[in-house]
Unconditional design. Structure first.
Length: 349
């Protein structure tokens, strides 16, 4: 398993990060533990969770994912060789994350409460990488990198330097080691970096945004920041929530699949998406590759990517995905992907 530097933290994280958002909904505790065991055996030392998880978010299941990761850490040991990442929700109308119930925000009070809750569920004294799941300010869309800009309505927000000050308190207390962003924009990323430098506050180590063959928006503004500022991408949804595996091709709805169960994949059902996805699936067939391997290896070969987040609901899926990172890459494959991208660029931002 290849490892890469996590920003300027000095930590080496595996090229593969195990995403856990199915734990507690689509996967039981035993199944989650089995995935974590298999990933560790394969050399994966990097796990990603969130206080929001599992997906879909519901008050009755919230926190189960971290609890399953925590029971595994307690049972298996090896905490010192496991890099645990989790996330605090951004500003939200969802009220079940805080006690007493209230709309979530990235205030000092809420950040501290979120960290304490994650530590308790994860059964650990510290979190290696603590990420802001989405911005506290109003943004154009959840992904915050739209290809069509629509000015958001102004709303309440906590200044970025105050958010960093809150995180800095928790770093000094040893409860979190490093901080990261998620679903963030180029402006937001640079603002966090500028405020951390000017005020001596924690420096952002990474950014977790969606990135895949059908969503390369990261390349247009954030890639240069990632490389020049050492804020590498933790690429989520590299398989476009399953669409780039081909399992939903021609309208298929496999039993147990996320779309079949929850119908929450509209981000990958936009105008132009089907044509782009079909083109990549056809390319994989023409070169004799699994479509999943093509999509995952593409993400792994980007110079601005620190780690590729994969998620599975079965050990067979996990094994198949892990094998993608040993596949060879070539200039010809790169050229054919870029040719499709020129015609079908970013249909799923």
């Amino acid at each position: 398993m290849q490892h890469r530097k996590l920003g300027r933290t000095g930590l080496d994280v595996s090229l593969v990060c195990l995403g856990t958002m199915t734990f507690g909904e689509q996967n039981s505790e035993a199944e989650g533990h089995a995935q974590l065991d298999r990933a560790r055996d394969a050399g994966v030392n990097f796990l990603d969770a969130a206080e929001l998880y599992p997906i879909p978010p519901k008050p009755e299941t919230q926190g189960r994912t971290e609890e399953i990761v925590g029971s595994w850490l307690a049972a298996r040991g090896g905490r010192d060789r496991t890099i645990v990442a989790t996330k605090a929700v951004g500003r939200s109308v969802m009220e079940w994350f805080r006690d007493p119930p209230r709309k979530a925000e990235l205030s000092r009070r809420d950040i501290r409460e979120a960290v304490e809750g994650s530590l308790r569920r994860l059964k650990t004294d510290y979190i290696d990488l603590y990420q802001l799941h989405w911005p506290d300010r109003e943004v154009g869309q959840f992904g915050s990198n739209p290809i069509i800009y629509r000015k958001p309505e102004p709303g309440p927000e906590h200044p970025i330097h105050e958010i960093l000050e809150s995180l800095g308190e928790l770093v000094r207390e040893g409860k979190i080691r490093h901080v990261g962003l998620s679903n963030e924009s180029p402006w937001g990323t640079m603002r966090f970096l500028a405020d951390s430098e000017a005020r001596g506050l924690p420096r952002v180590a990474s950014i977790q945004n969606a990135y895949s063959l059908v969503n390369r928006v990261f390349e247009t503004g954030l890639a240069e920041i990632a490389l020049r500022e050492d804020v590498g991408l933790l690429a989520y949804s590299p398989l476009a929530q399953g669409y780039l595996t081909g399992k939903y091709r021609d309208g298929a709805l496999p039993p147990g699949a996320r779309k079949t169960l929850f119908d929450r994949l509209q981000r990958y059902e936009t105008p132009g998406a089907e044509a782009a996805i079909t083109a990549y699936l056809d390319l994989a067939g023409e070169i004799g590759w699994s479509p999943a391997h093509l999509a995952l290896k593409f993400a792994a070969t980007r110079p601005f990517v620190t780690s590729v987040i994969i998620g599975a609901t079965s050990l067979d899926q996990l094994d198949h995905d892990l094998a993608a990172f040993d596949a060879p890459w070539s200039a010809e494959i790169e050229e054919r992907i870029d040719a499709i991208h020129q015609v079908c660029a970013n249909p799923c931002p």
